[in-house]
Design a protein around this ligand. Structure first.
Ligand code: NAD
Length: 283
C-alpha cells in the first residue's frame, strides 16, 4: 500500500498541522474544508509554522517552498478522487463525522485508506458506517502536530492488518513515533491525562492549593513540562469536559465524573486560551 497522495478533511488546528507534516515528509496534500475562509486560515497557520521551523534551523528555505508547493486546498470533496489516504480531521461531532465519511467514501478510490483523527469517537463504530470497514483506522495526532512526536494508531475490530502496517510506516515517514492501541475510549494518552486534569480541578475547588501552586507542583514534583491547569487552558476546558462526559458514558464508572468547577467555568464561557480566560487570564 504505497501512500503518496493524502487528503486531509478539516483545515483547523489539527488538519493544517497534519497537512504541513505530510507535505514536509514529501507527500502531495489536498486539504478540504467547508469554506474558503477556513482554508485560508489553515494555510496561514501552516505558513507561519513552517516559518518558525526555518528560523529555528529545523527546515531549510527550499524545503519550506517545496512543502508549500505540495499543498492544495479545496472546498470540493471530488478532489479526493485519486488520493491514497484520506485523514478526517474535522470538528469532533459523531453525526458530522459519519456524514463526512460517507462523502469521502463516495469519491475516494475503493483501495484508499480512510483514517480519522477523532479523540473520543469509537473507531470501530465509525468504521462500521463504511461499506468496507477494513480500510478504516484511527490516526490520533497530538497538538501542535508539527511539534508532537506521538501518533496513536487505533485499530477498530474490522481494521485490516495491511492497513495498520501501512499507517505505521507512514507515521515513521512523518518522523513520528507510532504506538498501537486497541479501540477504547480516550485510547491511551487521554485516558490517563484527562482524569488527571479533572483531579487538578477537584484539588483547586477544594482549596487545597492555588492554580499556580498546583501547576508548579506537577511541573517540579512530577517533571511534567506544563501544569495540568495550564494544560486545560491550552486544550480548552470545553474539550476536557466533553472527553470526561464521554468516559463517564462509555465506561459507566463514576471515577470519570467531571469536577463541578470545570463544568461551571465552561458554562461561564471561560474555555481557556481561546477565549482569553480559563483557569488563568490571558492578555
Ligand atoms: P478545529 O475546530 O480547529 O477544526 C475543525 C475544522 O473542521 C474546521 O476548520 C471546520 O470548518 C472543519 N469542518 C467542519 N465540518 C466540515 C466538513 N463537513 N468538511 C470539511 N471540514 C469541516 O478542530 P481541531 O482541534 O482541529 O480538531 C479536529 C479533530 O481532531 C477532532 O476530531 C478532534 O477531536 C481531533 N483532535 C484534536 C486535538 C486538539 O488538541 N485540538 C488533538 C487530537 C485530536
Amino acid at each position: 500500500m504505497k501512500i503518496e497522495g493524502v487528503g486531509i478533511v478539516g483545515a483547523g488546528a489539527m488538519g493544517n498541522g497534519i497537512a504541513q507534516t505530510a507535505a514536509v515528509a514529501g507527500l502531495n496534500v489536498v486539504m478540504i474544508d467547508v469554506t474558503e475562509a477556513a482554508l485560508s486560515k489553515g494555510v496561514a497557520t501552516l505558513i507561519s509554522s513552517l516559518g518558525r521551523l526555518v528560523s529555528k534551523g529545523k527546515l531549510d528555505a527550499n524545503a519550506r517552498a517545496a512543502s508549500l508547493a505540495r499543498i492544495e486546498t479545496s472546498t470540493d470533496y471530488q478532489r479526493l478522487v485519486d488520493v491514497d489516504l484520506v485523514i478526517e480531521a474535522a470538528t469532533e461531532n459523531n453525526d458530522l463525522k459519519v456524514r463526512i465519511l460517507k462523502q469521502i467514501e463516495a469519491v475516494a478510490r475503493p483501495d484508499a485508506i480512510i483514517a480519522s483523527n477523532t479523540s473520543s469517537i469509537s473507531i470501530t463504530a465509525l468504521g462500521a458506517t463504511l461499506a468496507d470497514p477494513s480500510r478504516f483506522i484511527g490516526m490520533h495526532f497530538f497538538n501542535p502536530v508539527p511539534m508532537m512526536p506521538l501518533v496513536e494508531i487505533i485499530r477498530g475490530v474490522r481494521t485490516s492488518q495491511a492497513v495498520a502496517e501501512a499507517i505505521r510506516e507512514l507515521t515513521v515517514r512523518f518522523d513520528k513515533t507510532p504506538i498501537g492501541v486497541k479501540n477504547s475510549s480516550g485510547f491511551v494518552v487521554n485516558r490517563i491525562l484527562v482524569p488527571m486534569i479533572n483531579e487538578a480541578f477537584f484539588v483547586l475547588a477544594e482549596g487545597v492549593a492555588t492554580p499556580d501552586e498546583i501547576d508548579a507542583g506537577m511541573k517540579l514534583g512530577a517533571n511534567h513540562p506544563i501544569g495540568p491547569l495550564a494544560l486545560a487552558d491550552l486544550v480548552g476546558l470545553d474539550v476536557v469536559l466533553s472527553v470526561l462526559d464521554v468516559f463517564l458514558k462509555d465506561f459507566g464508572d463514576p471515577k470519570y465524573r467531571a469536577c463541578p468547577l470545570l463544568r461551571e467555568l465552561v458554562a461561564a464561557g471561560r474555555l481557556g486560551r481561546k477565549t482569553g480566560h480559563g483557569v488563568y487570564s490571558y492578555g
